[in-house]
Design a protein around this ligand. Structure first.
Ligand code: D54
Ligand code: ZN
Length: 281
């Protein structure tokens, strides 16, 4: 089993003006999230979000972080959101096991001492995408089945952005300290997400793109200040960090999906600063 947590430093918009493609990828892209038997995490200094993949095979896995975070156990001062995007799994929260089929999620509150991740079938492992943010209060653990996610259809065919935003962790449904999390699915024939683009001065965001419509699909993820945009080309199941000052939008060569997670000053989903089209450069 391999455990890794890489540090992703916060950047100023001035930094990326002169970044090469390689520097952009090195600083903002997580190329490997899921690898059988591994826990691969990123700790970003943007709002101290920790995110990544837990892919158990024949043994239960636990995210063990104490000294790195200066605490006694991982969730002593944090909350955790989970969405399984792989085979059937089990999540055992302080001794209580729960089945996690594909697209099931979980919110796990601050103070939870142990979270064990397992796969039912090591040949078809569960892939737990996890996102953790600093917390100051314990809110109840909650199973988040896909069927219960708040489905918000948005976009149209004319703009090639027909999609459904499934809100798993949303302030209208439940309490968390900071974390908001969801899963957006584009319809076949649609390719743009979040267009018009927006920034979030008051919240940072991470995205993990998945379920690409074809083997050769790639997503062009756009970021940067509205008048200084850059792109990163992503393959399936890769993730990017979006600082608060950066736009976010993306286009795929086919349809795809992505899991987004946000934290910061507020939990108002609609608090996005839409960027007028003629400000994009
Ligand atoms: O702030 C909101 C997040 O960027 C996503 O929820 C947006 C999204 O899924 C979409 O428009 O497709
Ligand atoms: Zn956003």
């Amino acid at each position: 089993m391999a455990f890794s947590m890489v540090t992703n430093y916060a950047h100023s918009p001035e930094d990326i003006k002169n970044y090469s493609t390689e520097q952009m990828r090195d600083q903002f892209l997580m190329e490997k999230i899921f690898n059988p038997g591994d826990i691969l995490l990123t700790y970003t200094y943007n709002d101290r979000m920790i995110f990544g993949g837990v892919t158990p095979t024949d043994a239960a896995m636990e995210i063990q972080l104490d000294k790195d975070l200066g605490v006694d156990y991982f969730l002593q001062r944090r909350e955790l959101g989970v969405i399984n995007i792989g085979g059937e799994g089990i999540i055992t929260i302080d001794g209580t096991p729960e089945t996690m089929v594909k697209h099931d999620g979980y919110y796990i509150g601050m103070g939870t001492k142990q979270v064990l991740f397992e796969s039912k079938d090591p040949q078809d492992p569960a892939k737990f995408y996890v996102v953790s943010t600093p917390a100051h209060k314990t809110y109840p653990n909650k199973k988040l089945p896909f069927a219960d996610a708040l489905a918000m259809p948005i976009g149209d065919q004319e703009h090639m952005n027909k999609r459904t935003i499934y809100k798993y962790i949303d302030a209208s449904q439940m309490d968390t300290c900071q974390l908001q999390m969801g899963y957006t699915v584009l319809e076949p024939g649609s390719s743009w997400n979040t267009m018009p683009a927006h920034t979030h001065a008051r919240r940072m965001e991470t995205y993990m793109y998945l379920e690409f419509g074809a083997e050769d699909t790639r997503v062009f993820h756009y970021m940067g200040k509205p008048d200084e945009t850059k792109h990163i080309v992503l393959n399936n199941e890769q993730a990017v960090v979006n600082p608060s000052w950066s736009i976010h939008c993306g286009v795929g060569t086919t349809n795809y999906a992505f899991i987004w997670a946000m934290c910061g000053e507020n939990q108002t989903y609609d608090d996005m600063d839409a960027v007028p089209m003629d400000e994009l450069k």
